[in-house]
Ligand binder design. Structure first.
Ligand SMILES: Cc1cc2nc3c(=O)[nH]c(=O)nc-3n(C[C@H](O)[C@H](O)[C@H](O)COP(=O)(O)OP(=O)(O)OC[C@H]3O[C@@H](n4cnc5c(N)ncnc54)[C@H](O)[C@@H]3O)c2cc1C
Length: 295
């Protein structure tokens, strides 16, 4: 097996162009497990650990550009203000060791339906986009179009993820995950939720309850309509229980889970409705506090 160790991003892109089947390795928390279990015997490994810019993030106040290899620990420590949903999701990943090495770029590369970043990224807004770099240039892939099948993403063989662009939160965000224990656990199912008061929309992301991470589009549209028609963004009045209930039902309907070792499809649907109701209630309560304190 060839071991490619580029020192610069340009060298990495050239190496990927020359060896399109080379398997990139960043934190290695997925790659090393799969190699040890013989899931992969790639012809070449492309080690990205010398590319320092992948471990950097920046923000212009509107959007965070998150380098593909920024580890979860730093997302929690440095980005819980602008990216609260992603930081909450990062908290639930693995253990401290895994959070020190594992990255959102690696989560996207693996594209597992159970990856914890995905519901948070989907909920964070339609503007979320993955920067796919190659020697041909940079392509922005909207997050909705990134996941194309079980553990499959829309990267071309010569492309690498450089960064993810995520809008700075303009309202409360939440993430909820069900596991068979409290830590070091792959999600039985997960849910990300975000309020976007600036444009009057809401965001959702379902994890581990469909072949790919996905949004609950009808639930988003329903809630967007209720919030607008009843003037709730302005009044900050309580949502009626029927609204919360209906939102949960629509999230549940958007899932297409399977029975597996971690849980049954029925349990996943039930749990999603519960998580959707809870995260909506938490976010709405936070939003009401924000507008009251601003008044
Ligand atoms: C004990 C343990 C617990 C875990 N718990 C969780 C958990 O709770 N939640 C969760 O979501 N995940 C969990 N994981 C899985 C893993 O930690 C995450 O998926 C993590 O985000 C992977 O990041 P990484 O940088 O280590 O990726 P790597 O292992 O380096 O790579 C993962 C995949 O992405 C590709 N890749 C990496 N970087 C790039 C790039 N720049 N461009 C294109 N492709 C790239 C690789 O080729 C590979 O296919 C766990 C893993 C272990 C071993």
């Amino acid at each position: 097996m060839e071991f490619l160790r580029p020192a610069t991003w340009d060298e990495a892109l050239a190496a990927k162009a020359e060896h399109p089947t080379a398997l990139p390795i960043s934190g290695g928390t997925d790659v090393m497990v799969e190699m040890n279990f013989d899931v992969h015997r790639p012809s070449a490994i492309l080690d990205l650990n010398r590319i320092t810019e992948l471990t950097e993030w920046s923000s212009d106040g509107e959007t965070v550009r998150l380098g593909a290899a920024v580890p979860y620990t730093r997302i929690i420590e440095e980005l819980s203000g602008p990216l609260p949903g992603l930081a909450l999701a990062a908290h639930t990943v693995g253990s401290p060791q895994i959070r020190n090495r594992g990255s959102v770029g690696g989560n996207l590369g693996a594209a597992s339906p159970a990856g914890d970043s995905h519901p948070a990224l989907l909920a964070a807004g339609r503007e979320v986009a993955v920067e796919a770099h190659s020697v041909r240039g940079v392509r922005l892939i909207p997050i909705d179009e990134f996941y194309v099948g079980v553990k499959r993403n829309s990267l071309e063989p010569d492309e690498l993820i450089g960064a993810v662009r995520i809008p700075v939160a303009d309202g409360p965000q939440q993430f909820s995950k069900i596991g068979t224990r409290n830590a070091m656990v792959i999600a039985v199912c997960a849910f990300g939720f975000a309020l976007h008061p600036k444009d009057g929309t809401v965001g959702t992301g379902i994890g581990s309850a469909a072949p790919t991470p996905r949004r609950a589009v009808e639930a988003e549209e329903y809630l967007r309509g209720v919030l607008a028609e009843r003037g709730l963004w302005e009044s900050g009045e309580l949502l009626g229980p029927e609204v919360v209930q209906r939102f949960g039902e629509l999230v549940k309907a958007a899932a297409s889970p399977i029975d597996d070792v971690r849980g049954t499809a029925d349990y996943r649907r039930h749990a999603l409705a519960v998580m959707a109701r809870r995260t909506l209630t938490w976010c709405w309560n936070d939003y009401r506090k924000q507008i009251r304190s601003a008044a």
